[in-house]
Design a protein. Sequence first.
Length: 651
Amino acid sequence: MGLSSLTNMLRAYWRVDDQPELLVAQYKAFSAKMPMMYLILIVNSWALAHTYLDLAPHWLGLYFPAILTVMCALRLSFWWRGRHVDPTPQVAAHALKRTNFLVAPIALSFSIWSVMLFPYGDAYAQAHVAFYMGITVICCIFCLMYMRSAALTTAFIVNGIFTVFFLSTHTPVFVAAALNVVLVTIGMLVIVNSHYRDFIGLVNAQLKTAQLSNENLQLANVDSLTQIPNRRKFFTQLNHICTRASTRQERFAVAILDLDGFKAVNDLYGHAHGDHLLEVVGQRLLSTCREKDMHLARLGGDEFALIIDRNLSDDTLREIGALVCEKLRQPFRLSNATVQIAASVGVATFPDMASDAATLYEHADYALYQGKRERRGAVTLFSDQDKEQIQRKANIEQALRQADFERELSVFFQPIVRLSDRTPIAFEALARWQNSSRGIISPVEFIPAAERMGIINQLSVTLLKKALAAAMQWPEQMRLSFNLSANDINTSEGMAEIVRVITQSGFSPARLDLEITETAVLQDLEKTRRMITSLRQLGCGITLDDFGTGYASLSHLHALPLTRIKIDKSFVADIERNAVSHKIVKSLLALTHDMALACVVEGLETEQHLAILSELGALYGQGYLFARPLPQEQVAGWLAHRQQPCKAANG
């Protein structure tokens, strides 16, 4: 081995590593071991000093070890204070380099003091010197092994002096001890070197594990498509900010954003373009919400969220939401197309509108839902009125859980008439609920609540039984129309129960029309088609209710075995002055005529409505012009009254 190679190897052994993680790990290992090393040095040194107290001069037996003790005590105090310190790499490097610098003079001082005592003692005292040097250095080397350079320096200085000195005594026992120390030193250095390599390997393994963990944490908290924080990160931040804001009595806001028109882009151009659009939306939102107290996240699909960690007025929050909406209304350039979308934003504030993270999110989502229903493409703030509405819904759900459906539910009937002579041809069954504690509750409220709770089938079965029993008393030509929920026709259990009630009622299925909504159809078109086909085979008619207000298309009309449709009353309300409504109704009537489907127009309230619809070719209608919903006991009287003019005319 050349001189330069040996020099490089020694430099490598004595070098203090500059790897930050290793420096910190060495510092922490040292802070646990060094106080013990200095304590052992002090105790062992005073034990040796006591042996020579009456043999050596005081300056050597008393004052010299006192100076060494002060030096050790200072270093012991430093490392003792550092036990609970979490050092920076710079602090750790400084402390380790100082240790590397001090280890040589400290080792020399103790070694020279030991050999200087030797001549003053008898054989036993001299043996104590040999024992002191040989044993104490072993302890020091093992305490220093986490810093190889310091351990090697100590071994070479102390054991080098020990070997040379005791070999020079020519005393067989001490010569043997010196040779033994040489062998032990070699063994210890091999162990120290191996342990040091294992220590470095462990630190590096922990570092890799930590890096992998950080990467996994990053992946777990970042949306892979848009590269912005994901749903998990959003709720983690939201919970943290809520906890802090609750403690400090601070106000902040959460905004939930949903894209309007994204589904159309996805369907028209494909998922690849849809994903690209979401990426660009994410970047545009990031550039819009750049403030450090705004935390953007993608919740999933085309839904994003924003935590505004600042106490802002409602007007300022509306301005921020409006800015976001305006940015997203600007055209997006995709690879081969330019598309335009919009966004609706729901905002809720803490703590005035919610007292915890989960409620805050739900209220922002509620505001978004209300906004999309009433004014898409705008900002909606959750209000006290919304809070009251949610509480009312909760109260209704609680009342439904405790309700006696058989006793509290009833059925009202509204006639469907032939417009040419106003003759009733059917009655639509309408649900009514008079709760024992809350009084009359509108079906607009309790039907959606029952659907949310998953108990709508129980209501449908109870109401259908009552409606069929009442219809059994009507003239044989009179039909019954009954509304089914999405849950009734999209679950096998719900449909089986409906069929069982119909077959056991004794009422002819041929006189029964079952009404379904467009929403129910779109949940699972194929399954809905199978269920409806089974009802048609039973003999029932099938009506598509509120046609024109949802998303059903001509393909749905073609795919389903329908017998009639109902045109929603919203098109009739202003038909006399709204040209668009007039054209829509005219087109729908023509469509049903061409497809050989019966058609009932809802919402007739005035004679003008009747005249316009008759002119457009409508055959059947329903509305307050003919009758309001009637309780079961008034149907017979209403029918009799309608027939009296006919009898008088015939007479």
